[in-house]
Each structure stands twice: as C-alpha cells, then as structure tokens.
Write a protein that binds this ligand. Structure first.
Ligand code: SF4
Length: 552
C-alpha cells in the first residue's frame, strides 16, 4: 500500500483529518503533476499482474455464485491490418480470412462451453473489440452476433451493443450487419487527420479514407458514434492537434475519446524516439478540454467526452460494473468475477501472440481459468475506488461503506491528499434534493467508458452506471468550504467542517451525513492527472507483480 499514514491522522470512522502541512500536500501534488503520463490504468489490476493458477480454477465453480444481477459479454478479435507504433495490445497483424474463420470456430466452441456457466444471468451489455473486429469478413462478423444470441442467450433488445471499427475496414455490407443487429455504438479509431502524424506512428492512413468512412457511417445513423484521437504524436503541434479535433467535430460524433500517446520499450515507437520532440501532451489536453466544452461536450473522464443527450431507445437492463460479471470470449479477452480476474496469457510480439492464439484455436476445452489473479479484499477495494474516483461521477462514500462495511477514510486515509492538494474534492448531495439521472448520460455510460471499450478492454473498461447527480444543485464543496487555515498555515479538512457546506437551490444549508451523501471526485484539474493519480494508488503487491512480469 502507498502509505501516507505518517502524516495523516484519523479521528473517527467517518472522519478524515489530514494533518499534513500544505507544504507536504504541495510536494505530493508536484510528484503527481510533474509526471502525468506514467501508466494508463485502464483496469485494475493490470494484466501484467496476472500469473498462472496452480491448479486451474473451474469456471463452473467460479461463475456459480457471482453476485452481479446482469453480466457484460465481450468478444475479442485479436487481429489488425498492421500493428500501430504505439500499440501494446494483444493483437496480431494478420488479414488472412481462413485464419479468422478458424478463430471464430474456436470462439464458438468456447461459447458453447461457457454458456452453461454464465447463462443463468442476462446480459446488459455486449461489445466486440480487438484488435479490429471489422477486419473479419462479413460472414464471420455475422457469426459473432449469432453466437451471442443463439449460444450465449443475448437479448439484443435489452442490451447495449458496441462495436469497434477502423476507417479502412468498414463497408456497407458490414455496417448493415451492425445495423441489423441493433448496434447502439460504433467506435472508430482515427488518431489523427494529418497523414504525416499517422505515418509517424506506423499507421499509414490517408485522410481521404477517413472522410469516406465517416460519410458512410453517417448514413447508418447509429445512436452513438465515437471517435478516438491521440495527442502527443511525433511532429504534432497544439495547432495540428486542434485541427484533427476540429475535423472530428465536423462530423458531430456523440462521443470523443482523446488519448495521450504512450510508448513502451516493447512498442514500435520507443520512448527514446520521442525525446527530440517537445512533450506537448498537457497543452494539447487542456486545449481540447476547452474546445470540447465550447462544442457542448461534457467531460466524463480524462479521456471521455460526450454529448449528454446521446442515447438509444432500447430499454437496457441495469448493469453495475462495480459488481463485475464480465464474460470475455476469445483469446486476449479478460473475464472478471468479483474475486477472480482471468484471461489467456499476454503478449505483444508477433511470435508470442501467434503462439498464444494458436493454443487457443487448437484447444478443445475452455472450462477452466488457468491464468489471472485472485483479488484480495484490499485489492477489491482499490479497484472499486479507482473505477469510480477517476471519473467525473466520483465515488459515493456510502456505496463504499455498503459494499465493504467499512469507511473509505479508515481504509485509505492517504486519499485525503486529493482533498488537500486540490486535485480532488468532496461534494454532497443535499438532503431532499432529487437524484436526477439523465437518460442520455446513462445510455452513453452504459455503452462506453474509460474502463472498457468495444475495441479492446485494454483501451477502456466500462464505467460504473451508478447514480448521477445534478451537480448544479450542490454548489458548495467540501474542498471549497470544509477547509480552514490554521495559524501555522496547515490546512485541514474534517467532518464537522464539511457537514455544513451543502447548499440547495433555495440556499438552505444542509447537513448530510458524511458517509451517506459524500462523493469523492477529482476536480477538473485533477481529472487531467488521472493517470498519475491512478498509478500512485496501485498497491505495493500489485506493483511488484507488474514489475516482475516478463513479456514473452
Ligand atoms: S492500436 Fe488498435 S488498430 Fe492499432 S494495432 Fe493496436 S489494436 Fe490494432
């Protein structure tokens, strides 16, 4: 555990009293903000923390008592036309139709076996990601939906459905298949509208092909179109970044994901390759936040911006990601039960991915989990916090207490640093104020989120679909009002200060209970540092496992 216990004092179960000086909080903030792009924490724990299970765990046993009311069905297609220079995902550049067909045969075999284990709960979400799912020929793409419906029991009328695509792989025929299968969200990775920038990340892409793809997509009127862009590319300037963003906005997508460029020693573009370029990522990010707000996009996380009215007419079943229940079919897909996360082995090189896919395709039995991680209670807590706190909806303290029968501040007093540094804040839902959910927002969140993406669970995973509050009604935050300056300059936040800080529409002060109503969320400034905050919150055990991982 990252501990700041030396300089944090707890006074009661529901009270956090960071006794650190403003200087210490500033020092912590400096560490967080000076290196914002340490680790993209798209899931917790990261797959590099997975190891062989000895002995393997029976899936029948694993899924029998999974508490989620509904499940999330994911299919992974680990093939792309070529590997992008920044990509460290589980995917293999391979366009051969016969290879794809054999892979879908295996996925169908796996589905037949798994449906016996997971068929007792309905699916609220279905996503096909990769890789590039639309690299598959039309008949194979159709098959995936048939497998989902006829074998896994997906009711397409009650589940949100999301599919990832790329500009060079979509055709009228494939889009018709998506439309016929009531796909609600199509997500297309564009990354840049500037040919030279795409070429610099080994993703040769003619902007004309992108425009044609966008025009074609426009004809099909999917309820949500998401476009992915990357900032911080070699040779990119803030102006050229805003040019790409502007081109995307011309097509009025309901949702836009913006990603900072990450490179690793095992990616084609190495960290060293970027040294001669000025790091403009934070400037690009702040410029994009401004432009997207001007265009009416609400920020849901560091990466996700969406129109609030985006949605579908379907009556989607509820799904709470905090409850887990992710059923991942295909090689490279991860599956999450509350206590166990599992997947096939992880690799990036051609040799490794080829061999892992070959093992998957030749397998006859898929009824055990042999690689993953068993989450201790402490790690379940960290996951629960990270899944909520790094998104604009924030972490309801009452949800935490309800799930774990303990106080967030008892368990993780170091989170007080968020409040002290101004990167986080506590907000309160005023008593008697209606909890108002926005259907469009609910839908958009049901279909996407930083925590999961149709293209790849490595890119994102589903955000929790919890309650949404009208933040306009909660005008005074604990961070703003629950802070007092001591004579010696120390700043402190405590429960009694925070209790009287909520003001409703009629200017009535409310005194909601700390645990019942408080929501811990990042401030707008803090959202921009989600990656370094997430990295800071990784436990010592998980970090050790990640560092000990040897990439095959
Ligand atoms: S970034 Fe996406 S499209 Fe590019 S190689 Fe990776 S999975 Fe394929």
């Amino acid at each position: 555990m990252t501990s700041t216990g030396n300089f944090l004092q707890q006074h009661s179960t529901n009270d956090v009293r960071p006794s650190l000086s403003s200087g210490e909080a500033e020092q912590w903030k400096k560490q967080i903000t000076s290196n914002p792009y340490r680790n993209y924490l798209y899931s917790y724990p990261h797959k590099t923390a997975y190891r062989e299970f000895q002995p393997p765990i029976s899936l029948e046993q694993l899924w029998r008592n999974e508490p989620a009311e509904t499940f999330f069905l994911y299919m992974h297609i680990p093939f792309c036309g070529a590997r992008c220079g920044f990509c460290n995902l589980f995917t293999l550049p391979d366009k051969r139709a016969d290879v794809h067909a054999r892979y879908v045969d295996a996925l169908e075999r796996q589905a037949r076996q798994w449906s016996a284990f997971t068929g007792h709960k309905p699916y609220a979400r279905f996503a096909i990601g990769g890789g590039t799912p639309t690299l598959l020929a039309a008949p194979q793409l159709s098959r995936l939906f048939r497998i989902a419906r006829e074998i896994m029991g997906l009711d397409t009328a009650r589940a949100s459905i999301s599919v990832e695509t790329s500009p060079e792989t979509i055709t009228e025929e494939k889009l018709s298949i998506l439309k016929d299968n009531t796909v609600d969200r199509v997500s297309m990775g564009i990354q840049s509208f500037v040919a030279a920038e795409s070429a610099a990340i080994y993703r040769p892409q003619n902007p004309e092909v992108v425009y044609q793809a966008l025009e074609l997509l426009g004809k099909y009127q999917f309820p949500i179109l998401n476009l992915d862009l990357i900032y911080g590319l070699p040779g990119q300037t803030v102006d050229s970044w805003l040019y790409s963003l502007g081109q995307a906005l011309l097509h009025e997508p309901e949702e836009i994901f913006i990603y900072p460029l990450y490179t690793r020693e095992h990616t084609i573009v190495k960290p060293g390759d970027l040294l001669r370029h000025e790091d403009l990522r934070h400037e690009c990010y702040t410029a994009a936040c401004r432009v997207l707000a001007e265009h009416g996009y609400r920020q849901y996380s560091m990466r996700r911006f969406a129109k609030e009215e985006a949605g579908t007419d379907k009556a989607i079943l509820d799904y709470s990601c905090q409850e887990e229940g992710m059923v991942g079919l295909g090689c490279g897909a991860r599956s999450y039960t509350r206590e166990v996360h599992y997947a096939s082995r992880y690799g990036v090189s051609r040799k490794a991915t080829e061999s892992i896919i070959a093992d998957y395709v030749s397998a006859e039995r898929y009824d055990t989990a042999d690689y993953g991680i068993v989450l201790s209670l402490a790690e379940q807590k960290r996951r629960f916090i990270l899944k909520a706190a790094l998104h604009s909806e924030g972490l309801r303290l009452a949800d935490y207490s309800e799930r774990f029968s303990t106080s967030l501040w008892d368990d993780f007093p170091e989170l007080g640093l968020l409040l002290e540094s101004g990167l986080g804040e506590l907000q309160y839902e005023a008593e008697g104020l209606e909890q108002r959910g926005n259907p469009g927002e609910d839908m958009a969140e049901a279909l996407s989120g930083d925590w999961f993406d149709a293209r790849n669970e490595e890119h994102r995973e589903a955000q929790s679909g919890g309650l949404h509050f009208d933040q306009e009604n909660v005008r005074v935050t604990a961070q703003a009002k629950g802070r007092r300056e001591d004579k010696d300059g120390d700043q402190r936040v405590n429960q009694s200060d925070a209790r009287d800080v909520v003001q409703d529409d009629e200017n009535n002060l409310k005194a909601p209970g700390w645990e019942r109503d408080g929501i811990l969320r990042l401030t707008p400034e803090g959202l921009g540092y989600s990656d370094s905050i997430g990295d800071w919150f990784i436990s010592g055990d998980i970090r050790e496992r990640m560092e000990g991982f040897i990439l095959p």
